[in-house]
Design a binder for this molecule. Sequence first.
Ligand SMILES: [Zn+2]
Ligand SMILES: [Zn+2]
Length: 94
Amino acid sequence: MNHDIKGGQAGRGPAAGQQDQGTGGSVLTYRLCPRCLRAVPGHSAEHFCVNDGEKLLDACPACHAPILSPYAQFCAGCGQRFFTAGVRKRPGSS
Ligand SMILES: [Zn+2]
Ligand SMILES: [Zn+2]
């Protein structure tokens, strides 16, 4: 009997691939200008609006919920209005 014993290399993959595929842990947030409602991604370097110099909101000023939509005008968590424009008073014309 001549057993030919080969080197016991059962299929062991060289790489036990452990790749964290998107576990949905990172949520995309935005910053909003409260004056002109310009939106920039949360990872952007902009912290002030380039249009009017307003400080961008990176969260709801009332409940600090993150801003999840670049089109948001109101907080999804508490309904706080993000923009401050539009409250200009018209001088009474009489
Ligand atoms: Zn602005
Ligand atoms: Zn809020």
